[in-house]
Write a protein that binds this ligand. Structure first.
Ligand code: N01
Length: 536
């Protein structure tokens, strides 16, 4: 039995930084990682075209000045292999690997009130008893294969974007069917189309996508960012999106038609999330959102030559941004290729899979390779995938049967000494995730340090404080248009999952201030107990 101070689940960016921070506190730590290497999401998501659609200068650690000065990003948006090399570099640079068990999965975690430790079992038979359990399992780490009728009848190769074979897939000459039009699909479709004999995209919901305009980082740009990193990072922390990109506060409804079109064109030309970050009313006013959505629909019609296909690609049933905005390179252009066709599953629903493809209400579609770009059981999937039993034997999945509740999105009432990095109820996926991770790890390190110095052995979120926080998160989301689309933010893609908007929508800067105030008040909303107090 190994008895570390902290057991961390996951060696993605959250787990790596948590390990590094635990060591700095003088705590012993062990990381359990199912993959054979570090990287988390970037280890598993190797599909063609996988790259980060948040800019590299934001999607990188800021905690080490030496690291950010030494590492050079090749492109505005880094590819999956480059981000994976970065994670490996971090692991080596800070000598993290020696405290990571690779190829091992946690199967259960049970709180032992007498020992004030988490008893953790793994699929390799190795047991751990840790004072603190930190879930660094990621928000998008449990791939979702939907219930597709008679999928088992299909005789060809079936691939999921989030479980891509390490050796890659050669699509040359193949007939490919691809289900989904979220970020993973929108990144992979243009690349697969270039290789495949034919690609048929099966779309259920048309999605909004804006151009990435990806480009190499020039030496001058690299120099400039490195000289100004400190200020840029501070700027990022002060924004709602937690991103170093400019965050405008222009109200779309405050602009006349000419100014509005010019503003949309400017954002379009900048590319990426600036289109969402630029406006103060985009996610709160239906009218403002419709104007922006109309602009994107016009761009789709200008790009896609076949008017019928263009119309199918125009999203109509949700506000722009309510399903996560996609950022692409040549996505809409790809539908001008003669070897690409689009099937709208709203017009012709899937009836069943067949040995050679699938049959919709309109007829048979043949393919020999199926790509499922069908997403994840987001935000809670990894936390409810195995048995986590807190005080009184309560299971986390039962505690969350009506939807997740976590104080600050980091701690759960009834689950002492248990913490979630970027959990539901924190900005997480609505912020630049690397910064969201850093903020959580640093805040938690402050709490653990407080516990160390004050002899605190047991930390638990107060139930009433948690209920208040959950209400606040829901209220924040209700003020926005985020709740108006069927998205994984709401768990809509998982049948039976309670419809709860999971991220904190009021903004990263707002959230960080609340966390800091709570720390300054001596961690209000937490029960902090010394060993002796518990014994009494
Ligand atoms: O998954 P998704 P994803 N029949 O859930 C469709 C992050 N990410 O892997 O919308 C037919 O967005 C589903 O249709 P619908 C990013 O945060 C980041 O693409 O439910 N279709 C949808 O079109 C992203 O948002 C990067 O109607 C079915 C698609 O499958 C998140 O991961 C890159 C279906 C799933 O889209 C998830 O993206 C990639 C069915 N039964 C991903 N079931 C970066 O660059 C599902 N679909 C950082």
């Amino acid at each position: 039995m190994i008895e570390p101070d902290i057991l961390i689940v996951g060696a993605g960016f959250a787990g790596l930084y948590m390990l590094h921070s635990a060591r700095k506190l003088g705590l012993s730590a062990r990381v359990i990682e199912a993959g054979q290497d570090v990287g988390g999401t970037w280890y598993w998501n190797r599909y063609p075209g996988a790259r980060c659609d948040v800019e590299s200068f934001s999607y990188s650690y800021s905690f080490s000045e030496e690291l950010q000065q030494d590492w050079t990003w090749s492109h505005r948006y880094a590819t999956q292999p480059e981000i994976l090399s970065y994670a490996r570099h971090v692991a080596d640079r800070f000598d993290l690997r020696k405290d990571i068990s690779f190829g091992m999965r946690v199967t259960s975690a049970t709180w032992n009130e007498e020992r004030l430790r988490w008893q953790v079992e793994t699929d390799k038979g190795q047991s751990f008893a840790a004072r603190f359990l930190v879930m660094a399992t990621g928000c998008l780490s449990v791939p979702k294969v939907p219930d597709l009728p008679h999928l088992e009848d299909f005789r060809g190769q079936v691939l999921h974007t989030a479980k891509w074979p390490e050796q890659g897939v050669d699509f040359t000459g193949r007939k490919v069917g691809l289900v989904g039009t979220g970020s993973s699909a929108i990144q992979s479709i243009p690349i697969i189309a270039r290789e495949a004999g034919h690609l048929t995209v099966f779309q259920r919901t048309a999605n909004f996508s804006v151009p990435a305009w990806n480009a190499p980082v020039s030496p001058a740009q690299d120099r400039d960012v490195k000289q100004n990193y400190k200020a840029l990072r501070a700027k990022g922390r002060a924004t709602h999106a937690g991103d170093i990109a400019d965050e405008g506060y222009v109200a779309i409804l405050g602009l006349d038609e000419k100014a509005r079109e010019a503003a949309f064109e400017t954002c379009w030309a900048q590319g990426g999330f600036s289109f969402q970050y630029a406006y103060s009313d985009l996610m709160v006013s239906e009218e403002a959102n419709r104007l922006a959505a109309d602009f994107v629909r016009r761009k789709i019609r200008e790009t896609v030559r076949d008017p019928k296909t263009a119309e199918r690609l125009c999203p109509r049933d949700h506000p722009l941004g309510s399903k996560r905005l996609c950022v692409d390179t040549d996505y809409y252009e790809t539908y001008n290729r003669p070897n690409v066709s689009l099937v709208d599953l709203r017009d012709e629903p899937i009836e069943r899979f067949t040995p050679g493809g699938l049959k919709t209400s309109a007829g048979q579609h043949d393919f020999d390779t199926l790509v499922l770009a069908t997403g994840f059981d987001a935000m809670t999937g990894a936390l409810t995938a195995f048995d986590i039993r807190g005080a009184n034997g309560m299971q986390l999945r039962d505690a969350w049967a009506g939807g997740p509740a976590a104080y600050l999105g980091i701690a759960v009432a009834g689950f002492p000494n248990f913490f979630v990095i970027t959990g539901p109820g924190s900005p997480s996926v609505l912020a630049s995730v690397l910064l969201a991770i850093e903020q959580h790890v640093e805040w938690l390190s402050g709490l653990l340090n407080h516990a160390q110095t004050n002899g605190i052995m047991r930390i638990e979120a107060d139930r009433a404080a948690q209920a208040g926080w959950t209400k606040r998160v829901a209220k924040g989301a209700e003020k926005t248009l985020f709740t108006k689309g069927n998205s994984w933010y709401l768990g809509s893609n998982v049948p039976g999952k309670p419809r709860v908007f999971m991220p904190f929508a009021d903004g990263f800067c707002v959230y960080e201030k609340i966390c800091n105030d709570i720390a300054a008040e001596g961690y209000s909303g937490f029960h902090l107990a010394r060993d002796l107090e518990i014994a009494r």
